[in-house]
Structures are given as C-alpha cells and as structure tokens.
Design a protein around this ligand. Sequence first.
Ligand code: GDP
Ligand code: ZN
Length: 366
Amino acid sequence: MTSSHASSVFSALAPYGWDDAWADEFAPYDTEGLLPGRVIRVDRGQCDVVTAGGVLRADTAFVTPHDPLRVVCTGDWVAVEPGGTPRYVRTCLPRRTAFVRSTSSKRSEGQILAANVDHAIVAVSLAAELDLGRIERFLALAWESGAQPLVVLTKADLVPDPVTRAHLVQDVELSAPGVTVLPVSALHGDGLDLLVTTVSGGTSVLLGQSGAGKSTLANALVGADVMDVQATRDADGKGRHTTTTRNLLALPGGGVLIDTPGLRGVGLWDAETGVGQVFSEIEELARRCRFHDCAHEAEPGCAVLAAIESGALAERRLDSYRKLVRENQRIVAKTDARLRAELRKDWKRRGAEGKAAMEAKRGRRR
Ligand code: GDP
Ligand code: ZN
C-alpha cells in the first residue's frame, strides 16, 4: 500500500475499528489488490461490507466452509474483491473474539453470532428486583467470548435514593469480580457520559433480557432512533417486524455497536472458562482447599466452606456457581468437543494478540 492510500483507508475505516494490527494482518491481501472491510450484516450467502469506498455487497461462497463457526458474521474483517459479478469475499481475517451460540434444540453445532467484540454490555433493569443468577449467566457468556464485560444498571432514575442505588451497585459488584458496574438513566442522562467513553474504545454488544433497556441504550449511544424501542407499533397495532439494515454501527462518540437479533435472543452457551471468570473468587478459594478435587460439600480443610462460615462468601454465590457449572456441563455434553477446543485455542490466542496490540496503541497515544 502506498502511504497516502494506506492513510486514507485508515481514516475511512478507523471509525469501524480498523487499527495497525488489522492493517498488518491484511497486508498480504493488499498486495493481491483486495479491499479491506468490516461485515455490517450477513444475509443468506451474501453480506454487506463497509470499505473505505463505501458499503459493498459481496458473496460469501468462497469463505463459507461446512463448519458453521467459520461462517462470515457481523463484525468480521474481510478481504473483498474490488469488483466482479458477483463480487466475492476472499478471506476472513482471524477473529480476536467471538460470540457463539453453542447449541440449538436441533443441532449440536455452534452458531457464530458476532466477531471482534471488545465490550460486552450486560443491561440489567433496576425497575425489577435484581436477579443475580441471571446476571452471572450473562457474564459467563460475555467472558467466554473473549470480550470484557460491563454491567449497566438501566433505568437508574427509578431508584432515586443514592444510598439504595449504591447498595444495588454493590450487590452486583460482589457477583461480578473484575467487572465495572455502571448505573445509567437513559431518561435523565445520568451515567451516559461514562458509558459513551467506555464504548468509544472498541466494539460493543448489548446483552440482556427483553425489556432491560437495550434499545433505549442503543438509541442513546447512536443518537438517533435507529433501533426500535419495544413499544413501537405499526398502525395496525401489530408488533413491527424490524429489519435494521445495519447490524453494525459506528458511534458518533467513537467506537462501534453491534446489535443483531441473534445476540439479543442468546440464551444457551458453552462457557466453561466464562463461568470460572464470573466466580473467580470461588475458584481462588478452591485452590486453598486441602483436597484438590474438593467438592466443597463437607470435606475437611475446605476453604470455600470456611469462607461461607466466616461470611466472606455468600452461600448464594456457591449455589449459583454449582448451578451454572452443571448447566454448562449438560450443554458441553451435547456439543462437538473437538470443534470447541480448536475454536477456543484459536481466538484465545488471537484475543491475547489483539489486546497486546490495543495496549501498544494506547501506550503510543499517551
Ligand atoms: P429492550 O427490550 O432491552 O431493548 O428494552 P427497551 O429499550 O425497549 O426498554 C424497555 C422499556 O424500558 C421501555 O418502555 C423503555 O422506555 C423503558 N426504559 C428504558 N430505559 C429507561 C430509563 O432509563 N428510565 C426509565 N424510566 N425507563 C426506561
Ligand atoms: Zn473445598
């Protein structure tokens, strides 16, 4: 790439998350005359790719093997042909992170939902009683993807008392080691600036139950009503079938938002490592149990039970941990172990590389 060409590609694609590490990864394809771009939507064998020259429609037949996890998905960086009918996506750059739905009722294969996500925002409504078990479940899914989770407690305006609000934040923090918990009111704008700053540094997805306030948050981040809020109805009163043409958007405050129906409905997951990260304090304690295979039931010298006894660990956390480990084992039993192991190895490594690149970039900015 000539340096002026490279810098124009850089400035056009940087809002979509292009960085030096992606440019390095893409270099061999540049030599072949292919164009770099990010997939903003996939649709039965076709995808929309945002490139320096605009959005192109391309055919994915070239890069769609039988493995469902290797299928091009929203968030992928790809190399597309500069022309041709059809124009083909020639390759998909190795993913840094990926969200996978590991099972469906019919098939045991995984399904890839979104790629190259840095922040997984778990939206939790303060309008209802906190369900910590559900939060832990979403966090396991978030960690498993390789993204950094963030909990946003939405509708904070409904808890105006600062002491009550602080207690709720603390309850969630205790269930979310290593995760920032941010109360936000889309209505009053409280906490939004912090959220805007966080998401400006990478690609984000919104997870959470229906009604948690995801669309409202998305609208607040995007600054326009591009995502439909649940209450929207057609003139005939039936729920509107919303097809957002872009599942990936560059945000005005910086950063990228991916919002797909698949991610919204995500329920099952294969999150062995993720579960461990959600309950890191329990895994930490377990290392100090006398027996390495301690089940923390009634064994002597059990550090986990001792922590419950002393009040350092809530019994609810241990129950929830057990439940999620069991649930995960059931799912794992139904999925193809080889495929999962291969996949995990792949993007955990890429994830580490990507993070190192991001840190290097941040270091350079300072
Ligand atoms: P989604 O299903 O997760 O996308 O949730 P929506 O964004 O559609 O929000 C569900 C409901 O919560 C809607 O009626 C919103 O108006 C309401 N809501 C969302 N954010 C806030 C907020 O900050 N404060 C209040 N009071 N209501 C909110
Ligand atoms: Zn133990």
